[in-house]
Design a protein around this ligand. Structure first.
Ligand SMILES: Nc1nc2c(c(=O)[nH]1)N[C@H]1C(S)=C(S)[C@@H](COP(=O)(O)OP(=O)(O)OC[C@H]3O[C@@H](n4cnc5c(=O)[nH]c(N)nc54)[C@H](O)[C@@H]3O)O[C@H]1N2
Ligand SMILES: Nc1nc2c(c(=O)[nH]1)N[C@H]1C(S)=C(S)[C@@H](COP(=O)(O)OP(=O)(O)OC[C@H]3O[C@@H](n4cnc5c(=O)[nH]c(N)nc54)[C@H](O)[C@@H]3O)O[C@H]1N2
Ligand code: SF4
Ligand SMILES: [Mo]
Length: 890
C-alpha cells in the first residue's frame, strides 16, 4: 500500500457515499469510507466495501472491435462517425439514437446530450433512468413546475415519522438505512412505516408495515388526503399563499373512494387490516415532521406519476415540505441519476432543467452556438426500441447500460437490436447480453479509471477520481463522444481537452439567462479552472456564489415554486388498476427488484466472489401456500411464464410474500444463467405520462420443473459450460462455480461433465462413483492444487456447497478432499451459505451459535463478528436467531 488515498465516490447507488481508495504498485485497490463525506461519514455497505475486488482485469473490454475483429481507435471512431453521418444524411436526424445511462458521469452525459439535441438535431437520446425515476421527474414537474427533490438526507434523521413507500432501503440504499436506524436508536420515539406488498429487511426497523396490494398506492394516499382534510390537518396559510388545486385534488380523492364510504372498505380494497390503515393515517395526521421516501414500488408502475403526485398532495395539503424532517423524497437509484436529469439526458428534457419550450430552445441554441436544434421531445426508452424494431431507427449507440437484460419484454429488445442496421456499444466489459449484439464495440474506462462528477439523491455533487491507469486502450466516455462528434463534422462544440472544461460549460449553462427562473443553478463554477475542478469537494446545488451555503439546503418552505404563477399544484389523481391483470391463464403477479449484494446485471459486483455468496442463484420468492397450490417444492425449480417470455429459477418459499404474488430478482442474465432474465417476462406497458415501465406487475404462471439430477462444477477454465438445461455460473476465487440441474439422469450428466474436464487431461485425478444412489464426484489436481471438480447427484442440498467457492488453485487440504469426495462439507468447511459478506460468516456458524445460546443480536455479533462490518445483514441475523431458535424447539 502507498500513502496516497484518492477521494472518490462509490459508483453504485444514489446515496453517493464518499470513498477513499489506495492502489499499490501491483494495481490492487484498498477501499475505506471517506469520513469527511456528508453522505456516509466514513461508512460503506457490503458493495462499497468490496469495490477493490472489482478492480480486476477479468472480462474487461480492452480494445475496439468491429464485427468481432479488433480494430484501432481511429478506425473505430471513423466508422461510428461515418455510419451515423450517412444514416442521418439518408434518413434524417430521427433515424439515429443514443441510449445512455445514469451510470455515466455528468461530463459524459452533457456531451452526449449536446451532440444529439444541439448538433444532430434530434431528441432521440433517452436513458435507463427512464426505467428508474422518470415517474418521479414527471410528478415533480406537475407539482413543482420543475424536477426538484426538495429535501436532504438530514430529513431522514430528524423526521418524527419516516414513511417508506415501495423502497427496500435496507438493501438498496444501505447507508441511508444505517443512518435511519441510528437515528431511531437515538430517538426511540421516531416512527417508521413501510408500505410494500412484501415484508422486506427494511421492515426490520418499522413500527408498522402495510403490505398493500400491488399497484394500490394511489388509493392509499388519496384516502390519506381525504382523512387529513376531514380531520382538519390542512395548513390553510400554506395552501392559500403557495398552492393551487387543493379542492380538485380532494374532490378526486373523495371520488376515488366512491361508495367505499368507510375505512373498512378501503382497507379491504388495499388488502390490509383496517386497524393498520387507521394507525397509518392517524400517525401521519398527528406528526408534523413527516418525510415520505419513495422509490421503485412507486415509480415503476403504469400509474407511477399519479402515485408520486398522490404522495406530494398530502405534503402540500399539510404544508409539510422544505422544512427539517418534512417533505416528499424521491430517492434515486443510480450514482448519477440526478446528474443525468441536470444535463437533460431524458428524451423529453432539453438541458439544465429546461424543457422544449420555444424560449428554452432558442436560449440553449444561442449558448451552444448550435447548428441544428431538436425542437421536440424524442422517443422514450421503450418506444425507442419499438422504433428500432419497426426500422425507423437505423443506428443506435448504447452506453453504460445493458438493455437486453434490463428493458421490459427483453426478448423483443434483443430482436430489435438484431434487426437494427448499426449497433454501437460502449462498455467496460467484453461479454454482456448487449455487447453480443454490437457491430462496433468501444472500450470505456471504468469507475476506477475515470474522472468527473456525479450528483446523489440529495442534490450533492461529488467527484469521481481515477485510481488506477486505464485497462488496455479504454478511453473516457466523454472523450469517445467528442471524437465521434468532431468526425461527424461538429468541430466547434466538442473541443474539450479535460472533463473539467465540460463541467464548467455545464455550470455556465445552468446560470445562463437564469435569474432565479430555474432551480438548477451551479453558476458559481462557471469559470472554474481544471485545477479547481481536480480539487472540488462535495457540494449541494444550487450554488450561485462559490461557498455560499446560505441558499436553501431545502426548497419550497416558503413557496417559490417554478410554475408560471410560482404556486405548487395539487394534482387530482384517481386509482387505476395495473395495465395487465391476472387471469386464469396467468394467475400470479410477478414483482421484480433487487437483492442486497448485487448491482443490476452483475457485470461489476459479479466479479467480487464475496458478493456472490449471499444469494448465488436466481430465484422466485413465493408464499408457501401459493407454492403448494401450484405444485412447487421448496428449493426445487420452477418454470415461470408470462405472455411475453419465460424463465427457469429456484423456488424460495417465504411467508414474507403475499399469497398470489411472486418476487424475482433482476440481476441474472444470458451470460450468467441458462434462462433467468426477468426482463424477458416483464410486460412493456408504461405510465402514459412518464413512459416508465410497469416492472412490478406482470401476470405470470408457474409450474414445477422436474429435474432428474443436479450438479456442481468448479473450474479454473473459463470456457462456458452449458451442458445442462439449467445452469448458473458464479465467479469464485480463481475460477467459476456452476450450479446445474437436468432432465437427464445423474449418470448422463456426469458423463457430460467428465468431458469438460478435458483441459486438465494428464493431471492427477480423484473419482468416486456410487451408481446405486446416482452420486458422482470427481476432482483434478496439479501438484496438490485443485484445478476442477464436480459433484453430481439426484438432489444436492443447495446450502451445503458454499465451501466449494474457496478451494480452487490452492493446496487441497484433507478436509476439503474429504468434503469433495463425500459430497458434504467436513470440519471447518461446514459454515454454510455466507450471510455476512464483510466478515465472511456463514449460515451454519450463525445457526450453531444461536443454538448454543447466542439468542440475541448482541450475543450473536459478539460470538461470530457477523454484522459488525457494514451492518446490512443485521435484519437477516435477527431472522436467523428466530429461525434457528425455532428449529431447536420443534
Ligand atoms: N443492492 C442493490 N442496491 C441498489 C441497486 C441494485 O441493483 N442492487 N440498484 C439501484 C437502483 S438503480 C435503484 S432504482 C434502486 C431501487 O431501490 P428500491 O426501489 O428500494 O428497490 P426495488 O427492489 O426495485 O423495489 C422496491 C420495493 O418496491 C416494492 N413494490 C412492488 N410493487 C409495489 C407497489 O405497488 N407499491 C409499493 N408501495 N411497493 C411495491 C417491492 O416489493 C420492493 O421491495 O436501488 C439502487 N440500489
Ligand atoms: N424487471 C426489472 N427490470 C428493471 C428494473 C426492475 O426493478 N425490474 N429496474 C430498472 C432500473 S431502475 C435500472 S436503473 C436498470 C439498470 O439496468 P442497466 O443499466 O441495464 O444495468 P447495469 O448492469 O448497471 O448496466 C450498466 C452497463 O454499463 C457498463 N458500465 C459500467 N460503467 C461504465 C462506464 O463508465 N462507461 C460505460 N460505457 N459503461 C459502463 C457495465 O459493465 C454494464 O454493462 O434496470 C431496470 N430494469
Ligand atoms: S450505500 Fe453502499 S452502494 Fe450505495 S453509495 Fe454507499 S457504499 Fe455505495
Ligand atoms: Mo434504477
Amino acid at each position: 500500500m502507498t500513502n496516497d488515498w484518492v477521494k472518490t465516490t462509490c459508483p453504485y447507488c444514489g446515496v453517493g457515499c464518499g470513498v477513499e481508495a489506495n492502489a499499490d504498485e501491483s494495481g490492487k485497490v484498498t477501499i475505506r469510507g471517506d469520513k469527511s463525506h456528508p453522505a456516509n461519514y466514513g461508512k460503506l455497505c457490503s458493495k462499497g466495501l468490496a469495490l477493490g475486488d472489482t478492480v480486476v482485469p477479468t472480462g474487461r473490454l480492452t480494445h475496439p472491435y468491429q464485427d468481432g475483429q479488433r480494430i484501432n481507435w481511429q478506425q473505430a471512431l471513423n466508422t461510428v462517425a461515418k455510419q451515423f453521418r450517412d444514416t442521418i444524411d439518408a434518413h434524417g436526424p430521427d433515424s439515429v439514437a443514443l441510449y445512455v445511462s445514469g451510470q455515466l458521469l455528468t461530463e459524459d452525459y452533457y456531451v452526449a446530450n449536446k451532440l444529439m439535441k444541439g448538433y444532430v438535431g434530434s431528441a432521440n437520446i433517452d436513458t435507463n433512468s427512464r426505467l428508474c425515476m422518470s415517474s418521479a421527474v414527471a410528478g415533480h414537474k406537475r407539482a413543482f413546475g420543475t424536477d426538484t427533490v426538495p429535501g436532504c438526507y438530514q430529513d431522514f434523521e430528524v423526521a418524527d415519522l419516516l414513511v417508506l413507500v415501495g423502497s427496500n432501503l435496507a438493501w438498496c440504499h444501505p447507508i441511508l438505512f444505517q443512518r435511519v436506524k441510528q437515528a431511531k436508536l437515538d430517538r426511540p420515539n421516531m416512527k417508521i412505516i413501510v408500505i410494500d406488498p412484501r415484508v422486506t429487511d427494511t421492515c426490520d426497523i418499522a413500527d408498522l408495515h402495510l403490505p398493500i396490494k400491488p399497484g394500490s398506492d394511489v388509493l392509499l394516499f388519496n384516502a390519506l388526503l381525504a382523512y387529513l382534510a376531514a380531520n382538519d390537518h390542512q395548513d390553510p396559510e400554506y395552501l392559500s399563499k403557495y398552492t393551487e388545486g387543493a379542492e380538485q385534488a380532494l374532490h378526486a380523492a373523495h371520488a376515488d373512494q366512491g361508495d367505499l364510504g368507510d375505512l373498512q372498505q378501503i382497507a379491504t380494497k388495499l388488502g390490509i387490516d383496517n386497524a393498520k390503515l387507521t394507525e397509518f393515517m392517524a400517525l401521519f395526521a398527528a406528526t408534523e415532521k413527516v418525510t415520505t421516501v419513495y422509490s421503485q414500488g412507486v415509480n415503476q408502475s403504469t400509474s407511477g406519476v399519479d402515485k408520486v403526485n398522490a404522495i406530494i398532495n398530502c405534503h402540500l395539503l399539510t404544508g409539510r415540505i422544505g422544512r427539517p424532517g418534512m417533505g416528499p423524497f424521491s430517492i434515486t437509484g443510480q450514482p448519477n441519476a440526478m446528474g443525468g436529469r441536470e444535463v437533460g439526458g431524458l428524451a423529453n428534457m432539453l438541458a439544465a432543467h429546461m424543457e422544449f419550450t420555444d424560449d428554452a430552445i432558442a436560449r440553449v441554441q444561442t449558448f451552444w452556438d448550435s447548428p441544428t436544434m431538436a425542437t421536440e421531445p424524442g422517443a422514450k426508452a421503450v418506444d425507442l426500441f419499438n422504433k428500432m424494431e419497426q426500422g425507423e431507427i437505423k443506428a443506435v449507440w448504447i452506453m453504460a447500460t445493458n438493455p437486453v437484460v434490463s428493458l421490459p419484454d427483453a426478448d423483443r429488445v434483443k430482436a430489435a437490436l438484431q434487426k437494427c442496421d448499426f449497433v454501437v456499444v460502449s462498455d467496460c466489459i467484453a461479454d454482456t447480453d448487449t455487447t453480443r449484439l454490437a457491430n462496433v464495440l468501444l472500450p470505456a474506462r471504468g469507475w476506477s479509471e475515470k474522472s468527473g462528477t456525479v450528483t446523489n439523491s440529495e442534490r450533492r455533487i461529488s467527484r469521481q477520481r481515477a485510481i488506477v491507469p486505464p485497462a488496455g486502450e479504454a478511453m473516457a466516455d466523454w472523450w469517445i463522444i467528442c471524437e465521434v462528434a468532431k468526425r461527424m463534422g461538429y468541430k466547434q462544440g466538442f473541443n474539450f481537452s479535460h472533463e473539467g472544461e465540460i463541467f464548467a460549460e455545464h455550470a455556465q449553462l445552468s446560470g445562463y439567462e437564469n435569474d432565479g427562473s430555474r432551480d438548477f443553478d451551479i453558476s458559481a463554477f462557471s469559470n472554474m479552472s481544471n485545477e479547481e475542478f481536480d480539487a472540488l469537494t462535495p457540494f449541494q446545488w444550487p450554488m450561485i456564489t462559490k461557498g455560499d451555503i446560505s441558499l436553501h439546503k431545502r426548497f419550497f418552505a416558503e413557496g417559490n415554486f417554478y410554475t408560471p404563477n410560482r404556486r405548487a399544484r395539487l394534482i387530482p389523481v384517481k386509482h387505476r388498476q395495473p395495465a395487465q391483470d391476472v387471469s386464469d391463464n396467468y394467475p400470479l403477479v410477478l414483482n421484480s427488484g433487487r437483492i442486497r449484494d448485487q448491482w443490476h446485471t452483475m457485470t461489476r459486483t459479479g466479479l467480487a466472489s464475496k458478493l456472490n455468496a449471499h444469494l448465488p442463484e436466481p430465484f422466485i420468492s413465493i408464499h408457501p401456500d401459493t407454492a403448494k397450490q401450484f405444485g412447487l417444492e421448496k428449493e426445487g425449480l420452477a418454470n415461470v411464464e408470462s405472455h411475453h417470455g419465460s424463465a427457469l429459477v429456484r423456488v424460495e418459499t417465504s411467508a414474507r410474500m403475499r399469497q398470489g404474488e411472486i418476487f424475482m430478482p433482476i440481476h441474472w442474465t444470458g451470460v450468467t444463467s441458462s434462462r433467468a432474465r426477468v426482463g424477458a417476462l416483464v410486460s412493456p406497458e408504461v405510465d402514459p405520462t412518464s413512459g416508465q415501465p410497469e416492472f412490478k406487475h406482470t401476470p405470470v404462471k408457474v409450474s414445477p420443473w422436474f429435474r432428474q439430477s443436479e450438479a456442481l462444477l468448479l473450474t479454473t477454465d473459463d470456457t462456458p459450460i452449458h451442458e445442462t438445461e439449467y445452469w448458473v455460473n458464479q465467479r469464485v476465487e480463481q475460477g467459476i462455480l456452476y450450479r446445474m440441474a437436468s432432465l437427464q439422469g445423474s449418470d448422463t450428466v456426469a458423463g457430460l461433465l467428465q468431458a469438460r474436464m478435458q483441459p486438465f487431461i494428464g493431471e492427477q485425478k480423484l473419482s468416486f462413483i456410487d451408481t446405486a444412489t446416482g452420486s458422482y464426484r470427481y476432482a483434478v489436481l496439479k501438484e496438490g492444487r485443485l484445478l476442477g471438480c464436480y459433484i453430481v447427484g439426484k438432489r444436492l442440498q443447495r446450502d451445503d456447497y458454499d465451501w466449494l467457492a474457496t478451494l480452487l488453485d490452492k493446496p487441497l487440504g484433507s478436509e476439503a478432499m474429504r468434503s469433495i469426495m463425500s459430497g458434504k462439507a467436513q470440519g471447518s468447511l461446514a459454515a454454510g451459505r455466507t450471510v455476512c459478506a464483510c466478515k465472511q460468516v456463514g449460515y451454519k456458524t450463525l445457526c450453531a451459535a444461536v443454538k448454543n445460546g447466542a439468542t440475541d443480536l448482541d450475543a450473536l455479533q459478539c460470538e461470530t463478528t457477523a454484522g459488525t462490518g457494514c451492518g446490512s445483514c443485521v435484519p437477516e441475523l435477527k431472522e436467523i436467531i428466530q429461525d434457528c431458535a425455532f428449529e431447536e424447539v420443534t
